[in-house]
Design a protein around this ligand. Sequence first.
Ligand code: IMP
Length: 416
Amino acid sequence: MPNTVLIGAQWGDEGKGKVVDVLARDADVVVRYQGGSNAGHTLEIGSERFVLHLVPSGVMYPEKLCIIGNGVVVDPLELKSEIEALMARGISLEGRFWVSDRAHAVLPYHRRQDTAREQRARPGQRLGTTQRGIGPAYADKAHRTGLRMGEFCRPGWEAKVQMRAEESGCADGAEMVATLREAAAFLAPFIADTTAQLHEEWRRGRTILFEGAQGTMLDVDHGTYPFVTSSNATAGGASTGTGLPPRAIERVVGVIKCYTTRVGEGPFPTELKDETGDLLRRRGREFGATTGRPRRCGWFDAVVARYAAAVNGVDYWALTKLDVLDECETIRVCVAYECDGRRLDRVPADAEALARCQPVYEEFPGWKMSTSGVRQYEDLPSAARAYVDALCRLTGVPLGLLSVGPDRASTFRLAI
Ligand code: IMP
């Protein structure tokens, strides 16, 4: 397998965890490069369900090297409990899991700042964040006032945390330090110069899988700003977030659902606030893996998909959740927008303009039968194949993988 970046092509929750789990089979190293515990990657293996927030999804294979790169913001308390939960299930991380010493820590005051901002926000200004402290942690990184994970391995971090907590208006800085002390000691053996490790792996010709979190439309530069997360969720982030150069990346796989969902606030042109939206939510089990919030659901948006294909340089789609559409009589796909009396073929930069966009739909007949037991592409009903072919034609990207259910067996590989 070529070194591959896997990105979300919509607003997150495309099923990346499941696709990473399949592709990780052929990789030697799996590395996360952005985001933090706002992500929730769900894996279903046999009868077991795992939700990972920070540890790369490749961890389920005992021999893979798993790395949290420098571009990730790491909540030490969350990471410690995630590692402990994995260990309790017999999954060993020793000697094969590392956290970048350059990655920034999400500290208790970041979480508090995140929640306070959301509570203070006037209507229309709320972002609907996951309240995991992601934005404030990245803000401190850009302000150059953050704490990097490497600092937990040296004396002196306690005074810095207490000072920053107090500067942020928290009177309980000393208690925060006390809570962090155990996690810092627990995590210290996992902290390393992962840039050097990754370069060594690359030099030795080992296969690297870059695991993106969130999605293109939540990217801080390319998404629906300000209704975005605070990192570069697009393929470019894989280089800055790991220290590997762009030419180490040989292929980009875009994970995309056969319909669209969004959690949190912000424009969503194909959103369905009717019973079809409810049907997608129910059949697709569209509730946040991190916050449990019901996701907003709507039709596939080919304008967004084309934009994601362009920004990330997507070579193949990993198309997920086709089975969720099994009961639909007619399926719609947005092929363009109408905005202020004009037809638009691309995503406008301005979120307010996107909020005024009305979708122009093309209709496809549903197949009205179950696809969840299908194990090869050729066995899909012809209307389902026609729908999948149309998505690829409308977006100009070939199909690499398709999934018709949550478990490993329902995910079948075509070109990747
Ligand atoms: P934050 O990343 O917690 O700051 O949240 C910013 C926006 O990104 C909100 O709309 C969240 O709902 C959304 N978001 C963050 N992480 C995810 C994710 O993993 N899946 C889907 N949406 C996410």
